[in-house]
Write a protein that binds this ligand. Structure first.
Ligand code: SF4
Length: 84
């Protein structure tokens, strides 16, 4: 699942996107509410995407879930560079 803002895009690997526990964790850590926990698992709140402060808390929170990079933050203003 991927959602794009103007400056920032966020991608959540489909293998973990429906996980309620991960959804709750992401919703808890992101300081600008880019993630929400819904019935179907992780939701990306599109209207908040460009508020991302590149804090990496979501990347840390997702370590150990599914793939090596279950959550990606893409800097669209920098040719889509992945926040590491
Ligand atoms: S890097 Fe920080 S502000 Fe950006 S989506 Fe992740 S937790 Fe939210």
């Amino acid at each position: 699942m991927r959602k794009d803002g103007v400056f920032i895009a966020v991608e959540v690997d489909d293998s973990v996107a429906s996980d309620a526990a991960l959804a709750a964790k992401l919703a808890e850590v992101c300081p600008v509410d880019i993630f929400a926990a819904g019935d179907g698992g992780v939701q990306i709140v599109e209207k908040n995407l460009d508020e991302c402060v590149l804090c990496r808390l979501c990347l840390d929170a997702a370590v150990g879930w599914g793939s090596d990079t279950p959550v990606k933050v893409l800097k669209l203003y920098d040719d889509g560079a992945v926040l590491t």
